[in-house]
Design a protein around this ligand. Structure first.
Ligand SMILES: NC(=O)c1ccc[n+]([C@@H]2O[C@H](COP(=O)([O-])OP(=O)(O)OC[C@H]3O[C@@H](n4cnc5c(N)ncnc54)[C@H](O)[C@@H]3O)[C@@H](O)[C@H]2O)c1
Length: 252
């Protein structure tokens, strides 16, 4: 799964699981653009310390203009985009509870980042991928969408939309040699999962661990292999698929 000389954009890579993806692509020789609304300079610097070129471009994926600027920055610096990982999302600290009480503004913002964001960045990257006749897009969904997890409707619905969009985009862009797949992680033990859930996270995580075939906690690094595989030549004839990474917790 070599990415030597390839150009990879990872959205939401300033921290969390996205930062792990950026690091792993850099380890495999990719030039990496960290696209995040938050400061992603640390992630970019860590990638550069591995001997590849990397940069952070401040990007709010809710806005098409910023998605376009993200792609323009990659093209200006490296002349191509081979891989787009749509990882940016509103997840940390979201409201959890009865659906009647979801703050409407939060509902709209979750959809704007998690769904419209995927649309914006995908639309932005398509012209250059179409011109190249190749490209790989990996979207990040969540097992919550497969399980229908209660009390988190806006997030769950947004990730269901990411799954459906993966299939529809795969069919639309396949004729241009572009592949689109989706990785569906289970509950990861990280800062974002704990935010606002400090009292209950350990209990939830222990429950999830018990449900898994591989009965342990899940960590950001556990998701990396699936993303690199789907982005790589090894996945050259795979498109429109979703790959669940949750230690064998649910089977679909
Ligand atoms: N942590 C988990 O348990 C888990 C499980 C399944 C799926 N996921 C998904 O994995 C991805 C990463 O999650 P994480 O745990 O690392 O969360 P995180 O909150 O640590 O990372 C999300 C990143 O997205 C960025 N972001 C938010 N809004 C943005 C915007 N408008 N434009 C650009 N960037 C924006 C944030 O700044 C942050 O760096 C998300 O898509 C999440 O839904 C996470």
């Amino acid at each position: 799964m070599s990415f030597v000389d390839q150009v990879v954009i990872v959205t939401g890579a300033a921290r969390g699981i996205g930062a792990e993806y950026a690091h792993a692509f850099a380890q495999e020789g990719a030039r990496v653009l960290v696209a995040d609304v938050s400061d992603g300079e640390d992630t970019a610097a860590k990638a550069r310390s591995l001997g590849v070129d990397a940069a952070w471009v401040r990007t709010d994926v809710r806005l098409r203009s910023e998605a376009d600027a993200m792609v323009a920055a990659a093209l200006q610096r490296w002349g191509r985009v081979d891989v787009l990982v749509n990882n940016a999302a509103r997840y940390a600290g979201l409201y959890r509870g009865p659906l009647e009480s979801i703050p409407p503004q939060e509902w709209d913002d979750v959809m704007a980042v998690n769904v419209r964001g995927v649309w914006n960045t995908t639309a932005a990257v398509l012209p250059s991928m179409r011109a190249a006749g190749s490209g790989a897009i990996v979207n990040i969904a969540s097992t919550t969408a497969l399980k229908g997890t209660a009390h988190n409707l806006h997030y769950v619905a947004s990730k269901g939309a990411v799954l459906a969009a993966t299939r529809a985009i795969a069919r639309e862009v396949g004729p241009h040699g572009i592949r689109v797949n989706c990785v569906t992680p289970g509950l990861v033990d990280n800062e974002a999962s704990r935010e606002g859930q400090e009292d209950t996270f350990d209990i939830r995580a222990a429950d999830r661990a018990r449900e898994r075939s591989l009965a342990r906690d899940m960590h950001p690094v556990d998701v990396v292999g699936a993303v690199l595989f789907l982005a790589s030549e090894a996945g050259a004839f795979i498109s429109g698929q979703q790959l669940t990474v949750d230690g064998g917790g649910i089977f679909v």
